[in-house]
Design a protein around this ligand. Structure first.
Ligand code: HEM
Length: 413
C-alpha cells in the first residue's frame, strides 16, 4: 500500500509474513501503532487495532460478536458434503465462536474442570511428566526442545484430563495444525480448505469413537463429564460436545507448546534473565507472565460488530471484521514501560496474551502451571543450557506465534 503523505510504501499487517518480520514482528507493530493505530486493511479486508486500550475495550464490549455467522456449505463438492458439513458446523459451535447466552452455558459446563484449585491439584502429575521428559534426554547433552519437550508435555496433560490415550498424540498434532489453519483463515486455497476440513472431520470421528466407548463403559474424566451434560438434555447438544472436545484438545496444547518454545528462546537470548530465574525459582509465576507478554503465542483475535459502531473517529460497519492484535497491545509503551525489554520482575503486568473479557482463556491457569514447572525444572536440571543454532524459524502464521524447532545443548550430568 502507498502512503500518500510520505510517498513511501506503507507497511500493513500482512507484512508480518515477510521473513524479517516473521522473525520479529514487534518493530512492525510499533510502526502500525504510531502511524495509524486503527486502520482499514485492504488486503485483510479488516480493521486492524494495535493500541492496548482499543484492544481491551473491543474485547469486553458486548456490541462486538465472536460468532462465525451462518455456516456456508454451497461451495462444498456434493460427494464430500456429508463429511465436511458436520465438521464445519461443530467448529462453529465451539464456545470460542459463540456469544451469550450459548457461550455462557457452554463455558460454564467446562469451566469447573479449570478452576485454579482443580488445576493446582495437577501439579504433582505435571512435575512427574516434566521429570520423565528430561530423564529421557539428560544423558545426551542435547535435545530438540520443541519435539522432545514443548510438544509432548501439554499434549499428554490435556489428553489425560480429557481421558483420551496420550499415545495418540502424534495424530493430535496433525489435527491441531488443521484446526490452526482454519483459525488462521484467509489465505487457504480451495484444495487446502478441503484437506483442512477433512482433517477436522477425522478429528471429530476420533471423538465420536471415544464417546461411543464411554456410553458402554463410563469413566471419570472431563470427556465423561461433558457426555453427561449432553445426555441430560438441552444443556449440550452433540455438535457442541464434539466441537468443544476438538477445541479443548487443540487449544489445550498448541498454544502451550508455543509458550514453552518462545519462552525458552527468549530466556536463552537474555542470559542475565535466565540466570535470575535459575537463582530465584520463586520468580516463576511473574516470569511466565512476562514471557507470555514478551512473545505471545496468540498474536491476534477478531470480533465483528453486530450494528454500526463509531470508534475513535472511525465507523466500524455491522459485520466488518475487527482484528485486535494482542501481540501489539502487549508491547504498547502507553501500557508497559520499556515494552521491548524482557523483565522477569515486571509488576502490574496486565498483558492480553490470554485475551480479555468473556472469552478470556479458560486454560490460562493450566498453561501457567505447566510453564512454571517446566522452566524451573529445566533450569535446575540442565546446567549450561545453550542454543545449538542461530537459525531459528518461526511458523508462517499471522495468528499463532511459535518456533518450528529449537535445538539446545546442556551439560550432561
Ligand atoms: C481462549 C490463549 C492455553 C483453552 C483463549 C483466548 C486466547 C487464548 C487469546 C481468547 C480468544 C478470543 O478471545 O478470541 C491461550 C494461550 C495459551 C492457552 C496463549 C497458552 C499459553 C490454553 C489451554 C487450554 C485453553 C491449556 C485448555 C486446556 C481455551 C478455551 C478458550 C480459550 C476453551 C475459549 C474460551 C471462551 O471462548 O470462553 N486462549 N490459551 N487454552 N482457551 Fe486458551
Amino acid at each position: 500500500m502507498q502512503d500518500h503523505q510520505s510517498g513511501h510504501q506503507r507497511l500493513t499487517l500482512s507484512d508480518v509474513q515477510r521473513p524479517e518480520y516473521l522473525a520479529n514482528p514487534y518493530p512492525l507493530y510499533h510502526r502500525l501503532r504510531e502511524h495509524d493505530p486503527i486502520y482499514w486493511d485492504e488486503e485483510m479486508h479488516a480493521w486492524v487495532l494495535t493500541r492496548y486500550t482499543d484492544v481491551v475495550a473491543v474485547l469486553r464490549d458486548p456490541r462486538f460478536s465472536s460468532a462465525w455467522g451462518p455456516v456456508e456449505t454451497a461451495w462444498m463438492p456434493e460427494d464430500l458434503r456429508p463429511q465436511l458439513e458436520p465438521a464445519l458446523r461443530a467448529v462453529s459451535r465451539q464456545m470460542l465462536f459463540l456469544d451469550p447466552p450459548d457461550h455462557s452455558r457452554l463455558r460454564g459446563l467446562v469451566a469447573r474442570a479449570f478452576t485454579p484449585r482443580m488445576v493446582e491439584s495437577l501439579r504433582p502429575r505435571v512435575q512427574r511428566l516434566v521429570d520423565e521428559l528430561l530423564d529421557a534426554v539428560q544423558d545426551q547433552g542435547e535435545m530438540e526442545f520443541v519435539a522432545d519437550f514443548a510438544y509432548p508435555l501439554p499434549a499428554i496433560v490435556i489428553a489425560e484430563m480429557l481421558g483420551v490415550p496420550p499415545e495418540d498424540r502424534s495424530q493430535f498434532i496433525v489435527w491441531t495444525q488443521d484446526f490452526g489453519r482454519l483459525l488462521d483463515g484467509g489465505n487457504l486455497s480451495f484444495e487446502e480448505l478441503l484437506t483442512t476440513l477433512s482433517g477436522i472431520a477425522d478429528f471429530l470421528a476420533y471423538f465420536r469413537r471415544q464417546i461411543a466407548q464411554r456410553r458402554t463403559a463410563p469413566r471419570d474424566d472431563l470427556l465423561q463429564a461433558l457426555i453427561l451434560a449432553e445426555e441430560q438434555g438441552d444443556r449440550l447438544n452433540e455438535e457442541e460436545l464434539l466441537g468443544n472436545c476438538v477445541l479443548l484438545l487443540a487449544a489445550g496444547h498448541g498454544t502451550t507448546t508455543h509458550l514453552l518454545g518462545n519462552g525458552l528462546y527468549a530466556l536463552l537470548q537474555h542470559p542475565e534473565q535466565l540466570q535470575l530465574l535459575r537463582e530465584n525459582p520463586s520468580l516463576a509465576p511473574t516470569a511466565v507472565m512476562e514471557l507470555l507478554r514478551y512473545d505471545s503465542p496468540v498474536q491476534l483475535t477478531s470480533r465483528r460488530p453486530t450494528a454500526d459502531v463509531d470508534w475513535a473517529g472511525r465507523r466500524f460497519k455491522a459485520g466488518e471484521e475487527v482484528l485486535t492484535v494482542l501481540g501489539a497491545a502487549n508491547r504498547d509503551p502507553e501500557q508497559f514501560p520499556d515494552p521491548d525489554r524482557l523483565d522477569l520482575r515486571r509488576t502490574d503486568n496486565r498483558h492480553v496474551a490470554f485475551g480479555h473479557g468473556p472469552h478470556f482463556c479458560l486454560g490460562a491457569p493450566l498453561a501457567r502451571l505447566e510453564a512454571e514447572v517446566a522452566f524451573t525444572t529445566l533450569l535446575r536440571r540442565l546446567p549450561q543450557l545453550c542454543l545449538a543454532t542461530e537459525q531459528i524459524e518461526h511458523l508462517p502464521s499471522l495468528v499463532f506465534r511459535g518456533i518450528k524447532a529449537l535445538p539446545v545443548t546442556f551439560a550432561s550430568v
